[in-house]
Design a protein around this ligand. Structure first.
Ligand SMILES: [Zn+2]
Length: 328
């Protein structure tokens, strides 16, 4: 037993030595901490200054969250239970001082803008975006033409005024660049809402039928339609192109086709290579802008770009020449 007792006392000595060494270590760390941070209290004014600096700092208007870092989940509003937040009226702004005239507002309050070029007696008009985001490339084309003419004002003959309505259906354009973007915020096909041969419903055989759509509750029931009707009634438009997409060709206005509009369609088809006569799908068109424009005395066509994707700019620059120089 004595040897074992000796072993025990050896372990007790080792344990106490470790304790003492540990306590000494703590004391040394405390001393070192105190020695290296002698002006602890002096930090207070520094903190105060730092806070002041943050409070009074101004950030540049362009400051943005770091790219690729998102801290918050997105909130998807229910369109049936929340108000529609009207987005920035338009991302399209010319670098010159040339501004659009607002001729009305969409169902959800987006402005309908017309750009005016020239001051001549003979009034010509281009309308784009009647089918909203489904035919967004017509709006892109209108913007390209507006930009081009703004930079080359000499293309407008002195006896001509050209109006470009860049987007008749801004709500549809804001909703979707696809099938869901075709109608306005009342679910109305605006190119079925004009008073000429108006119908609320139609035989869908051969017609666009990828989603629910109506001609409206009555002729010209929609604010977008009425804004353009008022404009046409007060501006005596001579010649009008209503842009669509895609691929079917150039449709003269009038029911049956008005003869000057047929000649105009042929001339446009010749420079653009868009089909004329247009491709007949068997669809009966009611309440169209082109038919209504003929009724107001204009020579008028529906003209379809070749795809839903491209603006066919160079082709439509030639079409612009035909429009600007067209004599009745
Ligand atoms: Zn269309």
């Amino acid at each position: 037993m004595p040897p074992r007792k000796r072993t025990d006392s050896t372990w007790v000595i080792v344990a106490w030595s470790l304790n003492v060494a540990g306590i000494l270590g703590i004391v040394l760390v405390a001393l070192a901490y105190w020695a290296l941070n002698p002006v602890q209290a002096a930090q207070s004014p520094n903190i105060f200054q730092a806070q002041n600096a943050i409070v009074t700092a101004t950030y540049p208007a362009t400051s943005a969250a770091p790219v690729g870092i998102y801290y918050l989940p997105t909130i998807t509003p229910n369109p049936l239970s929340t108000m529609i937040v009207v987005q920035t009226p338009t991302q399209f702004v010319l670098t010159s001082n040339h501004r659009a005239t607002i001729i009305g507002y969409s169902v959800s309050g987006r402005p309908i803008e017309v750009y005016t070029f020239g001051q001549g007696e003979r009034k010509k008009m281009i309308v784009a975006g009647i089918h909203g985001g489904y035919e967004w490339n017509t709006i892109a084309l209108a913007d390209e033409l507006i930009t081009y003419i703004d930079e080359h004002p000499e293309v407008i003959p002195t006896d001509v005024t050209l109006y470009i309505l860049r987007n008749l259906n801004p709500d549809g354009d804001a909703r979707d660049h696809g099938i869901d973007g075709r109608v306005n915020d009342h679910g109305v096909d605006l190119n079925r809402n004009f008073p000429t041969n108006w119908a609320s419903n139609w035989d869908r055989d051969g017609c666009w039928n990828y989603g629910p759509t109506t001609g409206g509750t009555g002729p010209g029931s929609e604010p977008e339609t009425r804004a353009l009707m008022n404009f046409l009634q007060t501006h005596k438009i001579e010649t009008l192109i209503s842009y669509h997409s895609a691929a079917l060709g150039v449709f003269p206005g009038g029911e049956p086709w008005e003869k000057n509009s047929i000649r105009f369609a042929e001339a446009l088809a010749k420079v653009t290579k868009y089909p004329f006569p247009p491709i007949d799908t068997g669809c009966i068109f009611t309440g169209t802008l082109a038919d209504y424009a003929v009724e107001t005395g204009a020579v008028s066509v529906d003209m379809e770009l070749a795809t839903h994707k491209y603006t066919d700019f160079s082709k439509n620059l030639k079409a612009l020449q035909v429009l600007l120089t067209w004599e009745k």
